[in-house]
Design a protein around this ligand. Structure first.
Ligand code: B1M
Length: 210
């Protein structure tokens, strides 16, 4: 069994310590941090996601798997993040109101930081007012919105409208993402970009600061 498959299985079983140790072993073997992230850590979480959907596992198992995945992410983070580099720009990032999913948002943040973008992370369940406040305070030029629920994706539009009302919309680029979204939806709510994963989000954000 390849080490990536093994890590993925440990994520699914929620074995945090094994995920941590094997992630380090994979790095020592010369496997890249990106390969470990996509081919093992996210891959394992995706299997759990499918099982959750089919009622084969429940909330506790999902949370234990997420914790195990995060232990692996902690190990590879220094390899994905350029440390001590002057920030190329500042972004506000959050999961929108009503939505508590933060695993994808945290990955987007990590990848943005990896290309030198400073992130003001507002966390989850975030309102338009909070985003407006953060943009005013920080002078961020990019706003990243994540949502994982069909019931919360429309809130991304409310945040864009809140930025408009506060006369901040012209000064920021709004990027949206999350499993239920697509480019068409992003266009319909007036966002500047939709990206399907964290790596693409980092590339697009960098372009906005160019
Ligand atoms: Co929830 N959940 N969940 N959940 N959960 C989903 C999303 C669901 C699809 C599962 C299902 O039933 N099929 C479903 C949504 C259905 C729908 O809306 N159509 C669902 C549901 C229904 C719920 C609850 C309502 C369940 C309940 O209580 N009955 C509840 C809602 C709570 C709330 O938010 N108010 C709930 C709760 C939870 C947990 C708390 C147990 C846990 C969240 C823990 C946490 O985040 N800290 C959880 C989880 C983990 C999931 C699944 C299993 C996995 C999500 C995940 O982390 N994936 C998910 C099923 C699935 O996705 N298959 C599910 C891994 C992560 C890396 O991927 O977040 O998609 P993702 O991020 C990707 C891309 O989307 C993208 O980049 C990442 C990869 O690089 N991306 C962006 C994300 N944000 C981006 C922003 C960008 C760009 C790209 O630019 C700004």
């Amino acid at each position: 069994m390849s080490v990536l498959v093994e890590i993925s299985e440990f994520v699914q079983k929620g074995k945090a310590k094994d995920v941590k140790n094997l992630t380090q072993a994979a790095l020592d073997e010369g496997i890249s941090a990106k390969e470990i992230l996509n081919g093992a850590l996210i891959a394992g979480m995706m299997v759990i996601g499918e099982k959750f959907k089919n009622n084969e596992v429940y909330v506790p198992e999902v949370l234990i798997a997420a914790r195990a995945m995060n232990r692996g992410v902690e190990v590879i983070k220094p390899y994905l993040t350029k440390e001590g580099v002057e920030p190329v720009g500042r972004a506000v990032i959050c999961t929108v109101k009503g939505d508590l999913h933060d695993i994808g948002k945290n990955l987007v943040k990590m990848m943005l930081e990896g290309v030198g973008i400073e992130c003001i992370d507002l966390g989850v369940d975030v309102s338009g007012e909070q985003v407006v406040e953060a943009v005013k305070e920080s002078g961020a030029r990019v706003v990243c919105l994540s949502s994982l629920l069909t019931t919360t994706m429309d809130y991304q539009k409310d945040i864009i409208q809140a930025l408009e009302k506060a006369y901040l919309r012209d000064g920021v680029k709004v990027m949206v993402g999350g499993a239920p979204l697509n480019g068409e939806f992003a266009k319909s709510i007036g966002a500047d970009a939709y990206t399907k994963d964290a790596a693409e989000a980092a590339d697009v954000a960098l372009d906005f600061f160019a």
